[in-house]
Design a protein around this ligand. Structure first.
Ligand code: AMP
Length: 397
C-alpha cells in the first residue's frame, strides 16, 4: 500500500480536538465537519465473491431481451439483479438498497422491459434525481430494449420542450425523466400518467435530499393505482422508508451489501495557507503520475467554471460540469471524461450526482462539502470495482 505524501492525520486531529472544544465553522455555511473525519486509511479493496443463483438464461423473459443481454456481454447477473429479477418478474413491488455500479439499472430494467415487450398495456415511468442519471438509464434501457416494439421519451430539464412534445405525441410506453420536468408536463397536460402501471424511483434518497419530495409524491399519485413499483436507494433513512411505505404494496426488499464504499478510499487532507498556495498545491498534485482520473469538487457554478479555466490555462486537460451549462455541454464533458480525453473534471455536487465512471482514481475536494453525507457521496466516486481510490480534501490551515 503506498504511503500518501500528504498525510497530516495527527496534526489535523490535534488542531481540532485540542482547541478547547470550540466549534469553529470551517466554511461559510453548511455543517461543521471536523477535518479529522477527512482522514482515513483504506481498509483494502477486498470484494467478497458472490455466487449468483441464476443465469440470465434461467429467467423467463422475452427472447429479444435475452438476445440484447447477450449482445451487451452480460453473462451472469450481479447480486442485485440475481435477487431482484425473479421476484419482480412475479409482479412484486421491489425495494432495492444499492448504489451506482452494482448493476441496479438492469435489475429494474430487465423486469420493466420484459413487461413492455410482452404486454401491450404495460406503460412504465422511471424517475431519477438528475438529468445525467436519467440519460444513463435511458442508454441502458435503449440497448437492453432494442427491437422491443415500443417508443420512449426522456423528460429532463435544461433541454428544449420541442423534441419532448414530439416524443410524447407518439404515446411512448417508456418515459424516463427528472421530477421537475415530469411534473411540468403533467401540469401542461402534455402527458397523462393514469395508465402507467410500472414505476421506478431511482436514487430515492438523493431525490429527497434535493427537495423533490412534493414533486415525487404528486407524480406517484397520478399513476395507475394498480401498478408495480420499484424503489431504489443507496440508503434507507426514515424519510425514504416513509415515502416507500405510503406508495408500495407488500414490497420485497433486496439489499446489496457492498460495505461502506469509502472503505476502499484512502482519505487525507491537504492543508493550505492562502489562495495561491491552494492553487499551487492542486497543480503539483495533478502532475503526480498516479493521479490518473480526477473529479475536483468546488462549491458554486462560478467557482467550478473559474477553476476549470485556470487548469486549462495551466495546460491541464480539464473540463467543467455544473448546472449553468447546457445539457449538451454537460453530456460532452462527461463523454470526454469517460473516454479519457480529459483527465480532470471539475464539478459541483449536484452536477456530479449519479455519474457512473468506473475508474476514477482521485476525488479532490477543492472546497469542503456542505455536509458529511455530501462528503461520503463525493468520495464514493473513487475506489470503485474493488480498486483503491484516493480522496483529498483541502483544509485551511
Ligand atoms: P449500474 O449500477 O446500473 O449503473 O451499472 C453499472 C455498470 O455495470 C454499467 O456500466 C452496466 O452496463 C454494467 N452491468 C450491469 N449489469 C451487468 C452484468 N450482469 N454483467 C456485466 N456488466 C453489467
Amino acid at each position: 500500500m503506498p504511503s500518501y505524501k500528504y498525510s497530516v492525520y495527527n496534526s489535523a486531529k490535534r488542531g481540532n480536538r485540542g482547541g478547547g472544544g470550540q466549534r469553529r465553522s470551517n466554511k461559510k455555511h453548511g455543517e461543521y465537519i471536523d477535518p479529522a473525519r477527512f482522514v482515513q486509511v483504506a481498509k483494502g479493496a477486498t470484494v467478497e465473491e458472490y455466487v449468483p443463483t441464476h443465469k440470465f438464461a434461467d429467467f423467463d423473459i422475452d427472447p429479444r431481451l435475452q438476445a440484447n443481454l447477450a449482445s451487451k456481454g452480460y453473462e451472469t447477473p450481479s447480486p442485485i439483479q440475481d435477487q431482484t429479477i425473479p421476484a419482480a418478474l412475479e409482479g412484486r413491488d421491489m425495494i432495492g438498497i444499492a448504489n451506482t455500479g452494482t448493476g441496479k439499472t438492469a435489475a429494474f430494467g430487465i423486469p420493466v422491459l420484459n413487461a413492455l415487450m410482452t404486454r401491450q398495456q404495460s406503460k412504465a415511468l422511471i424517475v431519477a434525481p438528475t438529468r445525467e442519471l436519467a440519460q444513463q438509464i435511458e442508454e441502458e434501457m435503449r440497448s437492453l430494449g432494442k427491437g422491443g416494439g415500443f417508443t420512449g421519451a426522456v423528460l429532463i430539464g435544461g433541454t428544449s420542450m420541442g423534441p419532448q412534445l414530439r416524443d410524447l405525441r407518439a404515446k411512448p410506453r417508456l418515459v424516463i425523466g427528472t421530477p421537475g420536468r415530469i411534473k411540468d408536463h403533467i401540469e401542461r397536460r402534455t402527458i397523462d400518467l393514469t395508465q402507467f402501471n410500472l414505476v421506478v424511483l431511482d436514487e430515492v434518497d438523493r431525490m429527497l435530499d434535493m427537495g423533490f419530495v412534493n414533486d415525487v409524491t404528486s407524480i406517484l399519485q397520478e399513476l395507475d393505482k394498480n401498478r408495480q413499483s420499484f424503489f431504489f436507494s443507496a440508503t434507507m433513512d426514515p424519510r425514504v422508508q416513509g415515502l416507500i411505505r405510503t406508495f408500495s404494496n407488500d414490497p420485497e426488499t433486496v439489499s446489496v451489501k457492498t460495505g461502506d464504499s469509502s472503505d476502499n478510499v484512502h482519505q487525507d487532507v491537504i492543508p493550505y495557507g492562502g489562495t495561491h498556495e491552494k492553487m499551487d498545491k492542486l497543480h503539483d498534485l495533478l502532475l503526480q503520475e498516479d493521479v490518473a482520473k480526477v473529479i475536483v469538487f468546488d462549491e458554486t457554478q462560478r467557482s467550478v467554471e473559474k477553476l476549470s479555466n485556470e487548469l486549462v490555462a495551466r495546460g491541464f486537460a480539464a473540463d467543467a460540469i455544473h448546472g449553468g451549462k447546457s445539457q449538451g455541454q454537460r453530456q460532452r464533458a462527461l463523454e470526454s471524461f469517460k473516454k479519457n480525453r480529459t483527465k480532470i473534471l471539475v464539478a459541483t455536487d449536484v452536477a456530479a450526482r449519479g455519474i457512473d465512471v468506473a475508474d476514477i482514481s482521485h476525488v479532490i475536494n477543492f472546497s469542503e462539502p456542505q455536509s458529511y453525507q455530501d462528503y461520503v457521496h463525493r468520495i464514493g466516486r473513487a475506489g470503485r470495482a474493488g480498486k483503491i481510490g484516493y480522496a483529498l480534501t483541502f483544509v485551511n490551515k
